[in-house]
Design a protein around this ligand. Structure first.
Ligand code: GDP
Ligand code: CA
Length: 329
């Protein structure tokens, strides 16, 4: 049985995983999920990327939005707002709230996030083993100019301040420049139980079209994970989240700029580097980037990379596995 390890963020990772499951129905898939986006709201621990993977693979996702529960209502949020209790900018629905209540309750009882995630997955049956990258608290912060907030926020003092990733992404919609992206706590975090073992036992490691900075980059920032992948001696193949020099959805260009990486499929491949990446798939639109990526020592091919439907996504997964075979040969 083929053992596949996937480093996943939220929507891009989750949708790709759905394609991978149909492309390789008999494979044993372990997902290492990003927890740098986690946030405490209303006293509850919210793990947006883990939940997006769990709901998407478990059949509970809001397909249109790509995150949150299907058939959602927002009565709790409205009641909280009536008390003047926010934030209003983060959309937690009633059904979703239950997940966060269960998670927070279990963590309060002393269970680590990995055990809680396993318990939540017992309901959702995602068909993969979903592991948080770490059980330790890691929180991605984004450094912005306070002057950029004037008007929107009333801030007048000049200088820089760090805001939580969700505040940057959801509240500010990445409308101001990011000067740095810091996964606070990552430097002392330990990989969650099973993470290093899964990598060591993998036949192939895949980077789905997830955000290279705040999703895959954050997972790689946990000491030991990057090293384990590089040392596993198995093909590592990625799929570009950048198509035609722009993110397919979202604002990845803003956080790529913060780490000095151009928004292009080739620049993201070079950012991961040939020390980590063996193969890289770019969209057909970016066929012109193939030669440059290969010059950097990374096998590269242009194929359709738009996850428009289940079959298109499964084809992407098959291409990634095919490239892994070529690397191995
Ligand atoms: P997030 O945590 O919800 O932001 O999700 P991820 O980090 O997993 O993925 C976000 C990335 O997925 C974005 O940078 C998008 O450009 C990329 N993405 C979304 N849909 C597609 C698609 O259909 N094709 C490709 N190639 N990338 C996509
Ligand atoms: Ca995310």
């Amino acid at each position: 049985m083929q053992r596949i390890v996937v480093l996943a963020g939220g929507i891009g990772g989750a949708r790709f995983l759905r394609g991978l499951k149909s492309a390789a129905p008999d494979a044993d898939i372990t997902v290492i999920g990003n927890t740098g986006d986690d946030i405490h709201l209303f006293g509850l621990k919210v793990c947006p990327d883990l939940d997006t993977v769990m709901y998407t693979l478990g059949g509970g996702i809001d397909e249109e939005k790509g995150w949150g529960r299907d058939g959602e209502s927002f009565a709790v949020k409205e009641e909280l707002a009536a008390y003047g209790v926010g934030p209003q900018w983060f959309g937690l629905g009633d059904r979703d709230f239950a997940t966060h209540i269960v998670r927070t309750q279990m963590m309060g009882a002393g269970y680590p996030l990995s055990a809680v995630t396993e318990a939540l997955c017992a309901r959702w049956q995602p068909g993969v083993r979903l592991l948080p990258m770490t059980d330790d608290r890691v929180e991605t912060h984004v450094l912005i100019d306070t002057a950029d907030l004037a008007g929107s926020d009333g801030a007048e003092e000049q200088g820089r301040k760090a805001v939580h990733f969700q505040e940057y992404w959801v509240r500010l919609r990445a409308s101001v420049d990011a000067h740095a992206v810091v996964p606070v706590g990552a430097d002392t975090a330990k990989p969650a139980p099973g993470v290093l073992e899964a990598i060591a036992e993998a036949d192939v490691v895949l980077f789905p079209p997830s955000n290279p900075v705040v999703s895959v980059g954050t997972i790689l920032a946990v000491p030991g994970i990057r090293e384990a992948i590089a040392e596993a001696g198995v093909p590592v193949v990625g799929l570009s989240p950048i198509v035609g020099d722009a993110p397919v959805r979202g604002m990845a260009d803003k956080v790529l700029a913060a780490v000095g990486v151009e928004t292009s499929a080739a620049a993201v491949a070079r950012h991961y580097g040939s020390g980590l990446l063996d193969g890289w798939l770019v969209d057909e639109t970016d066929a012109g980037a193939v030669a440059g990526v290969e010059e950097a020592g990374i096998r590269c091919r242009a194929v359709p990379l738009m996850m428009t439907d289940a079959e298109a996504t499964a084809r992407m997964a098959r291409e990634a596995l095919r490239m892994a075979e070529e690397v191995r040969a």
